[in-house]
Design a protein around this ligand. Structure first.
Ligand code: ADP
Ligand code: MG
Length: 312
């Protein structure tokens, strides 16, 4: 009796197993990608291969294909996050190759780009700026000339070729810093790196480092950046020291080495010259101011950025 029971049980289990197996198989073959694969490989894939490799087929269908079942990269459901399986015929077997999924590709690309843009004291959200947005928000086409100048710079850039950057001036909040970010992003898409520096904070930091021997290093880094963007030059009273010991040598070096340099300012060039002329002590230092202005004009072409104040 005992023996019969055992045998019956075994049979029932096998039946159940058989049913489950068939159901699984059916599910697998309902998968569109599997069907496409089978159609494309009908001459090489045999029934035997399918039975032998059903596990692989199941592994394939249970995972996300090019992100179709995942909400996001962090929410990736696949065995290897950021990779999706691809069915391949390998000799007499079916196998899976794991490939980088579209979301991870995009994320990697974004990371790589962000690495190309270094920034000092510039808000990180500026790194999201894009030329497309800059264009789209230009309802009255007031900014086309600035845009076309920025685009020609980007298209024509070649290392160590002499190329003028832009001196972008305009009212507070019109999007000067945003435009720098957009240019840097567009350059990064082309694997060109740039450095954006918010000048007032940079000067503050340099002053704070006078005692600790890192001043030269900090100046060196800005001096030698392949493409430099000096944001808000003249935003607050630049000291004679900043003008003569920091920006003088930086701009001089960049002229000699043909390193493109961008500036933004609330002042046009005359306004900036005037601003740089008067020292904190109220002395008039016309010659020194004129020298810095000459360098800026050698390095960059002035363009006015019009528009409304976007700051809230
Ligand atoms: P500026 O440097 O001229 O004072 P900003 O570049 O800081 O002005 O721009 C002011 C605000 O408006 C910022 O928050 C910036 O992100 C936003 N902004 C500027 N231009 C655009 C744009 N074209 N599309 C979307 N946001 C923008
Ligand atoms: Mg700004």
């Amino acid at each position: 009796m005992e023996k019969i029971n055992r045998s019956l049980n075994k049979l029932a289990n096998t039946n159940q197993f058989q049913q489950r197996y068939e159901k699984l198989k059916q599910e697998i073959f309902e998968n569109e990608q599997v069907r496409l694969f089978m159609n494309a490989n009908s001459s090489t894939v045999t029934k035997e291969m399918i039975d032998k490799n059903l596990g692989k087929l199941y592994e394939f269908t249970s995972q996300s294909n090019k992100c179709d079942k995942c909400p996001s990269l962090d929410g990736c459901i696949n065995m290897m996050q950021g990779y999706y399986p691809k069915l391949v015929v390998q000799g007499k077997a079916l196998n899976l190759h794991y490939e980088v999924c579209p979301r991870k590709l995009a994320e990697d690309e974004k990371r790589k780009r962000e690495k190309l843009i270094r920034s000092l004291y510039v808000p990180k959200d500026i790194l999201k700026a894009s030329i497309e947005d800059f264009t789209q928000t230009d309802n009255e086409n007031k900014r086309l000339s600035v845009l076309s100048k920025a685009m020609s710079f980007i298209m024509e850039y070649e290392p160590s070729k002499r190329q003028k950057g832009l001196y972008i001036y305009g009212k507070f909040g019109v999007g000067k810093t945003y435009l720098l970010g957009a240019i840097a992003n567009e350059l990064a898409k082309r694997q060109i790196s740039s450095l954006i520096v918010y000048v007032p904070d940079y000067l503050r930091e340099l002053k704070g480092s006078i005692g600790d021997n890192t001043v030269n290093e900090k100046i060196e880094m800005v001096k030698t950046a392949p493409i430099l963007m000096l944001d808000d030059i003249g935003a607050e009273s630049m000291t004679s020291w900043g003008r003569d010991e920091v920006f003088g040598p930086i701009l001089q070096f960049r002229m000699l080495e043909n390193l493109p340099t961008f500036f933004t300012s609330n002042f046009d060039l005359n306004g900036l010259e005037n601003h740089l002329t008067f020292s904190q002590r109220g002395e008039k230092e016309e010659v020194k101011a004129a020298r810095v202005l000459e360098r800026i004009q050698y390095l960059a072409e002035p363009v006015k950025l019009d528009g409304v104040n976007r700051r809230r």
